[in-house]
Design a protein around this ligand. Structure first.
Ligand code: IMP
Length: 433
């Protein structure tokens, strides 16, 4: 059987519900791979009414038998990863023989977190990015500066000395910036213990994925954050520091581009954003608050309230193009129940000029006013709907309009948090055999 390598990306500003979609798709997947970002991500999976939030571990972790890869493009906080493994162990999830950490993945160390917090605090209000303060940006800076420490160092007997020296060196920078020093000794000990725990998982994961390909296995690449937070294609500088778009799956895992069989875009039926930066369809009114309440829109990592607004076709079309999306997994349609009318942004107005594309300049995007179209809404819950035909007509028309405006079909429809609240209309490549 031919191998199926499927990439799943967020098409908006993250928090589209990727964790849930991945969890549904992993039913028949052999591997799930994280390829960028770090524990800034928070992928929520709800199983049997119990919510689990995964930050670094691939969402396949919750399925026994699915092998999980943390690829070279991910930045890994060893202390956070150990805590997550421990938490899942407590919930009866054993990852001993099925978690593989790339020897080339860069480490996020305590001083990266301190630098992240210090930089944000030093910026003026309008310049702040509103990062998750997990040290992600500074860790990628070290990677690009060629001063980073990688997972292959975890098994080095010298690791405790190396991290201690690095923390001491970082303390000099922290002092220069007026930040308190880190406790080098105790932190180095904690990191040494984490290194012992993680070292058995460290390997050349690109080889594992090559072998998987040869055996005809199914691999899911789990994008974190979203297209509009991508360091190249997002609303720069209000972005994360990695390539959250589909191309990142190759550079972040060592898999060649021609092996990718399918790209699925996860698209929320409305739009949210956490942190600062332009967001044309944002609703700073009662409707926005009602969306937040109905969709439980609070950050899975930081608990921050998410900014909420109407669905934006300009963003969705842009994401479809940049990622080569072949089908949408449309999530949270149920949340729109009771909103009437529903508005869709079909274009932007920039100083009287109509725009159909996302401008590169964040200031121009901030000045864009949405051009809306209205559609009738529907009442009542969709959580018990199991077939497309059972959806209210207005909901079906909304879906059809999204397909028409983006030119991409909806293959998966999510109508609630549970695995059972999912309609798979067009089985994607993964596991389809
Ligand atoms: P960082 O990735 O922590 O540096 O944060 C940069 C920007 O990306 C901030 O606006 C964060 O709120 C946002 N961000 C980072 N990770 C996620 C995520 O998983 N979901 C949504 N937003 C995120």
């Amino acid at each position: 059987m031919a191998a199926m390598f499927t990439v799943l990306i967020g098409a908006q500003w993250g928090d589209e519900g990727k964790g849930k979609v991945i969890d549904v798709l992993t039913e028949r997947a052999d591997w799930v791979v994280r390829y960028q970002g770090g524990n800034n991500a928070g992928h929520t999976v709800e199983i049997g009414g119990v919510r689990h939030v995964l930050h670094l571990l691939p969402s396949g972790a919750m399925r026994p038998g699915v092998r999980c890869v943390i690829g070279n493009g991910v930045v890994v906080d060893p202390l956070a990863l150990c805590a997550e493994i421990e938490e899942l162990r407590g919930a009866g999830v054993d990852l001993r023989d099925r978690l593989f950490l790339s020897d080339r993945a860069h480490l996020v160390l305590p001083y990266h977190r301190a630098f992240d917090a210090g930089r944000e605090a030093a910026l003026a209000r309008g310049e702040r990015i509103g990062t998750t303060q997990r040290g992600i940006g500074p860790a990628y800076v070290d990677k690009a500066m060629r001063t980073g420490l990688r997972a292959c160092a975890l098994g080095d007997p010298e690791f405790p000395r190396i991290v201690r020296e690095r923390i001491e060196a970082a303390n000099r920078h922290l002092a220069a910036g007026g930040q308190p020093p880190l406790e080098a000794g105790p932190l180095a000990e904690q990191l040494a213990a984490a290194a012992r725990e993680l070292a058995p998982h460290v390997t050349d994961t690109s080889r594992l994925l090559d072998d998987a390909w040869r055996r005809g296995e199914s691999v899911l690449f789990e994008g974190a954050q979203g297209t509009m937070l991508d360091v190249d294609f997002g609303t720069y500088p209000f972005v994360t520091s990695s390539n959250a778009t589909a191309g990142g799956a190759c550079t972040g895992s060592g898999v060649p581009p021609h092996r990718i069989s399918c790209v699925i875009g996860v698209l929320k039926a409305y739009t949210t954003r956490v942190g600062e930066g332009p967001f044309p369809t944002e609703l700073n009114d009662a409707t926005g608050e009602a969306l937040r309440a109905a969709g439980r829109e609070f950050g899975a990592t930081t608990g921050r309230p998410r900014r909420c607004g109407w669905w934006d076709a300009v963003v969705a079309r842009y994401s479809a193009r940049i990622n080569g999306v072949q089908q949408w997994a449309l999530t949270k349609l149920d949340v729109l129940g009771g909103f009437d009318p529903i508005r869709l942004c079909v274009a932007y107005d920039l100083n009287g000029r109509r725009l159909d594309e996302v401008p590169a300049d964040a200031r121009a995007l901030a000045a864009c006013r949405p051009v809306y179209e209205e559609m009738p809404g529907w009442a009542g819950s969709l959580q018990n709907v199991r077939r497309l035909d059972d959806l209210p007509t207005a909901a079906r028309r909304y879906l059809a309009r999204i397909e028409q405006l983006t030119g991409v079909p909806i293959g998966i429809l999510s109508l609630g948090p549970g695995r059972e609240n999912t309609i798979v209309l067009d089985p994607p490549g993964v596991g389809a055999g």
